[in-house]
Design a protein around this ligand. Structure first.
Ligand code: GAL
Length: 835
């Protein structure tokens, strides 16, 4: 078979690097003839470089450089620095300029082939050289791109690829970017005529419950004369259900096939089909490409909200930035999957990829796990929010970046809407943030624009909105276009353009009831909501006092705790509490749903604080992946599960008033006991979505008993913890796939001698790993910790920390040992296996 022949010749000619080969096409797995997809992540030489160094030439001496595997984020390896040019908004971790180089031998048998290199994302401003010649430059740090490097390659010889990554001009983003080739890279070897990069568009249309019509467009690169594109539809078991073909003579082919009694894709049953497209020349297959897709219908209604497959679904979504906590922005499928699993646990069904194109792996996971996605393109257009952001490149690149983004993502059933921008300053006529610091830029988005910023007539910004929406519609008419707007007035240029299919407000709950009047017939979504602030494990009493921080955008905010309370009593002035938002949605059923800012904490933007805070307080889940208490409010409101979550802990000053709260599901009311003495029953009301009590603290135990129809259905006990005395290690998985990438997230808890979690514990824990794994990162969820993410030790933060193990690609046993002074050691066995 052709594939085998190509690969064996490659192996024979590549003594230095054995490429792990993925048989993929268009980024998706299958088996076929005529296309080889080679994982190109391993063994790159890397160095941070001074400005001016040119490492593009093959002869450049990189022998002293570090060898590493991609995906790689060099910023996450650094120390936090107060004077980092990225500012605390960028996570106080430096950017800089780096070079990656890799030498690879190209077999002479590839001579008649086309060789392309695909980058899923490089932050930022990357320039690729092959054998010293510049192949291309791509400023946008979030888009995926491909270069045809055939003309630059020496066949049968050693070749050198060099990638310059310039993230030196700072700040260029309002949150942490990471730096480097932080997503996957692959080499794709095909015949000269091939299915283009992102070259298939599979568009299903449900005609009735018994039939779906699937239109398959195929773009062909190279000489397409006489070629046929033939597409087969496979069900999830691989059975061919239907086949259609069309001539590709003009570089494009369009075939229509139908699926009888289609199995619909939904949140609860995310069923995927595969469209296998073969390119035929004289009956011979010369390329093949698999495109997973799903059959589902979406409808946004101005009066009733969102419908999936005709059924009403409230979009219970969260916004996510792209970093993965202590792993930085270096993409890892398991880390993304864990995030989605945790979010699913609270009933979340949707993600907004704020504010940029995500890693393709995220969309693959959303397809497979049944999440809805608002796929967002930009945080800025022409007007800058930070000194060196994408606005510098927008004019030259917006069309290409937007087109590539839509073409890459339009086959995903999970993607239900496109956002062309977040809070772009083009909403107004007056807005310009050119002279602002990063912290100010983050704040001015929400404070202080002149009330009426319209200058009448059709403004250039409205024209630009329409231009961008039209680019999207030119490539996909099956999903609505929206934008996250924090100017809710009808004079907002984006609204004035008439080009948005769904009106999206960021915050401004007070304006929601007038949406129907101001935007007649337009469906509506809360594209961004809440922005409440919380530190896991920190409680500021009384719980009924509200902390609205910061008070002003132009005066630095400081409060000595550098913490925010976990009682849902702290939020930014443009936001509100979590409970408030749930009530607004409950009371306005025309709203399609919301995307809460944010699902997980992220690095950077530590509003309301400045240094030494360096990561966000907005998350429902902290940076280490530990749910904050508020997670259970969503579990109560968004799932049908029966549970009790009582908080806070039971270690206070004797005699102190303590506010106990409880989120619960499946019960009518909850009774609180302190050392066995009832403190009364409490329940949710129309106005309050939790039960609560104010009690005097006495050491011992506090208990919550939940009742349904008068019968006790569950009980939770929290004991006063004694002194730290032992460590508990809980891996989220004991067996890791030996692929060199799979991870185990190990929760580390500090316990007293009886096994109670010590809620105030901050003991330093040291880790030692033996066997087939290494430490990929450590964290504890503290937004102010100055400890490195890449280390073998971590202080606990309110009783917990995290160590992330990554298998090293070998099969074998793993042992993790955690040691802390005075607490002894704890060992947990894991294994790296072929799963
Ligand atoms: C919004 C913005 C987000 C984030 C958030 C913090 O205005 O869209 O990116 O900055 O505020 O509250």
């Amino acid at each position: 078979m052709r594939t085998e022949r190509l690969f064996s010749s490659l192996r024979a000619l590549v003594p230095v690097f054995v490429f792990p080969m993925l048989i993929l096409s268009c980024g998706k797995a299958d088996s076929f003839i005529g296309r080889e997809v080679i994982d190109f992540d391993s063994s790159w030489s890397f160095s941070l470089a001074e400005d001016g160094i040119d490492a593009s030439a093959p002869s450049f001496d990189d022998s002293s450089w570090r060898i590493l595997n991609l995906p790689h984020d060099w910023s996450i390896e650094m120390d936090f620095e107060e004077d980092s040019p990225t500012g605390t908004g960028g996570g106080a971790l430096r950017g800089g300029l780096g070079w990656y180089r890799k030498t690879f031998r190209v077999p002479s048998s590839w001579k008649d082939h086309r060789v392309c290199i695909e980058f899923d994302g490089v932050y930022m401003n990357s320039t690729v050289f092959v054998n010293g010649q510049q192949v291309g430059n791509r400023p946008n740090g979030f888009v995926s791109f491909s270069y045809d490097i055939t003309p630059y390659i020496s066949f049968g010889k050693k070749n050198t690829i060099a990638v310059k990554v310039d993230n030196s001009l700072q700040p260029n983003l309002r949150w942490y970017s990471g730096s480097g080739i932080y997503r996957n890279v692959r080499l794709v070897v095909t015949n000269p005529s091939r299915i283009a990069y992102s070259g298939t568009f599979v568009s299903p249309q449900l005609l009735s419950s018994s039939e779906a019509k699937v239109t398959i467009s195929t773009e062909v690169e190279g000489d397409s004369a006489g070629l046929i594109a033939k597409t087969s539809i496979l069900d999830a078991s691989g059975l061919v259900l239907a086949t259609g073909e069309a001539p590709a003579s003009e570089g494009k082919a369009e075939a229509v096939v139908s699926i009888q009694s289609p199995h619909l894709w939904s949140i609860g049953d995310p069923y995927l089909y595969t469209a296998r497209t073969e390119l035929l020349s004289g009956g011979k297959v010369i390329d093949v490409c698999d495109t997973p897709f799903g059959v589902r219908t979406i409808r946004f209604d101005d009066k009733e909200g969102f419908f999936l497959n005709g059924e009403h679904v409230v979009i219970n979504g969260v916004c996510l930035h792209h970093d993965l906590g202590c792993l930085g922005s270096a993409v890892n499928t398991r880390a993304l999957e864990r995030q989605l699993e945790i979010l699913r646990g609270m009933g979340c069904n949707a993600v907004r990829t704020s504010h940029n194109p995500p890693a393709p792996e995220l969309l693959d996971l959303c397809d497979r796990m049944g999440f809805l996605v608002q796929d967002e393109a930009f945080d800025v257009w022409r007007k800058k929010k930070t000194a060196y952001d994408y606005s510098r490149f927008f004019g030259e690149w917006y069309r290409k970046d937007l087109e590539d983004f839509v073409k890459r993502d339009r086959n995903h059933p999970s993607v239900i809407m496109w956002s062309i921008g977040n809070e772009v300053l083009e909403q107004w006529t007056d807005a310009a943030a050119d002279t602002l610091s990063l912290a100010e830029a983050n704040l001015i988005l929400n404070f202080g624009h002149a009330a009426n910023t319209s200058d009448g007539g059709t403004h250039v910004n409205a024209v630009l909105t329409k231009t961008l929406a039209d680019i999207v519609r030119g490539l996909d008419t099956t999903r609505p276009v929206t934008a996250g707007c924090n100017e809710t007035g009808t004079y907002n240029h984006l609204f004035q353009s008439g080009a948005l299919d769904v009106i999206g407000f960021n915050y401004h709950n007070g304006d929601i009831p007038s949406v129907g009047k101001n935007f007649p017939d337009k469906p509506f979504i809360v594209s961004e909501s809440v922005s409440a602030l919380m530190t896991r494990g920190y409680y500021r009493m009384p719980s009924d006092q509200m902390f609205v921080w910061p008070a002003r955008w132009d005066i630095p905010f400081y409060e000595p705790s550098l913490s925010c309370s976990s009682y849902d009593n702290c939020h930014v002035p443009w936001g509100n509490t979590h409970e408030e938002e749930l009530k607004v949605l409950r009371d306005n059923p025309f709203v399609s749903g919301q995307f809460i800012w944010t699902g997980f904490d992220y690095i950077g933007e530590p509003t309301p604080y400045g240094w030494p805070a360096r990561s966000s307080y907005f998350g429902i889940v902290d940076l280490a992946g530990f749910p904050k208490d508020i997670y259970y409010l969503y579990k109560a409101e968004w799932t049908d599960e029966t549970f009790i979550h009582l908080f806070p802990h039971w270690n206070w000053e004797e005699g102190q008033d303590v506010d106990m709260w409880c989120y619960y599901g499946g019960a009518d009311e909850v009774e609180l006991f302190v050392n066995g003495v009832s403190q009364g029953r409490s329940s949710k009301t129309a106005d309050r979505l939790h039960a609560e009590w104010r009690v005097k603290y006495v050491p011992g135990k506090v208990e919550a008993a939940a009742y349904k129809d008068g019968k006790e259905i569950g009980r939770q006990t929290i004991n006063t913890a004694g002194n730290p005395s032992q460590i508990r290690l809980t891996p989220d998985r004991a067996n890791l796939n030996a692929d060199g990438k799979d991870l185990s997230f190990v929760t580390v808890e500090i316990l007293d001698k009886d096994g109670n979690i010590c809620p105030w514990a901050d003991n330093l824990v040291e880790f030692e790993v033996n066997g087939s794994a290494f430490i990929a990162g450590v964290d504890n969820g503290s937004p102010i910790s100055m400890e490195r993410f890449k280390d073998n030790k971590r202080h606990a933060f309110y009783g917990k920390c995290l160590v992330v193990l990554q298998n090293d690609g070998t099969v074998g046993d793993i042992s993790l040992k955690a040691t802390s002074e005075g607490l002894g050691s704890e060992v947990v066995p894991l294994a790296s296996v072929n799963l």
